[in-house]
Design a protein around this ligand. Structure first.
Ligand SMILES: C[S@@+](CC[C@H](N)C(=O)[O-])C[C@H]1O[C@@H](n2cnc3c(N)ncnc32)[C@H](O)[C@@H]1O
Length: 233
């Protein structure tokens, strides 16, 4: 499938013609049901919550999932499922006896993913990541082996992100791993980038307050390009 027939990409090309060549150069999986148009429409309703106009690319999904040992991970938690770009990749890699608890605040995204994913290992949960502890507690889960977060920490209030990441660190097993991404324009430090408008947030330093080890990796093949953080307790 090419992005030429994608409504979200077409609109971006109209607003910003210079993006056309770059958009067309992004490889997408043939026949993949990414839900890009639906994601784009939902994002326009509440961009500060969705924190993106486009679902993650398969390259970003791979970088987020590479640090996870899927042979051992029994309990996986996803924060901010959207249209399921990462969810489906987690399920594809997950062992038969494992469980995926996917928390998403937008009920329209929950309904969308429910309609396309039929897998007994998948538990979609309509709720806020701020309630992570009680959501897991109600389901008898004390610790997760992996937490994959797509939440837009940059656009959140400090107390909100501190509450979410604090609970994630608390509910991660001692050999567990949390992965999180941030779009490069928000992580870039140069003043000229900040002057263009994107909010700056030192996500890596913030994550270091909660995790002993934090590594980062750039993913260029995403819209926009991103930085993936791998965090271990
Ligand atoms: C940047 S999108 C990522 C969606 C998807 N995982 C992807 O990579 O394409 C962030 C998602 O987090 C959800 N979200 C935002 N704040 C949330 C919160 N406090 N609790 C749970 N989900 C939230 C949004 O509705 C949105 O679906």
């Amino acid at each position: 499938m090419s992005m030429k027939s994608d409504p979200a990409a077409d609109l971006l090309k109209q607003i910003h013609p210079g993006s056309a060549a770059w958009l067309d150069s992004i490889p997408t999986r043939r026949g993949a049901h990414t839900g890009r148009g639906f994601f784009f429409r939902e994002s326009l309703k509440s961009l500060s919550v969705t924190a993106s106009l486009f679902p993650s690319s398969r390259f970003l999904a791979s970088a987020l999932l590479r640090p996870i040992d899927f042979d051992r991970a029994r309990i996986i938690v996803e924060l901010g499922m959207g249209t399921g770009a990462i969810t489906t990749e987690i399920l594809r890699r997950m062992a038969p006896g494992s469980m995926l608890f996917a928390i998403e605040v937008n009920p329209a995204f929950i309904a969308h993913v429910r309609s396309k994913v039929h897998d007994s290992r998948f538990v979609p949960i309509a709720g806020r990541a701020e309630r992570l502890g009680s959501i897991l507690g109600k389901r008898g889960v004390r610790r997760a082996d992996a937490i994959v977060s797509s939440l837009g920490l940059t656009s959140m209030a400090h107390d909100q992100r501190a509450s979410i990441v604090g609970q994630a660190a608390e509910h991660l097993g001692e050999n567990g791993v949390l992965t999180q991404y941030q779009y490069l324009p928000a992580s870039a430090k140069p003043k000229w980038v900040r002057a263009l408008g994107p909010k700056h947030f030192a996500e890596e330093s913030f994550l270091r307050e909660y995790f002993r080890e934090v590594r980062s990796e750039r993913v260029i093949w995403n819209l926009p390009p991103a930085k993936v953080y791998t965090c271990r307790p």
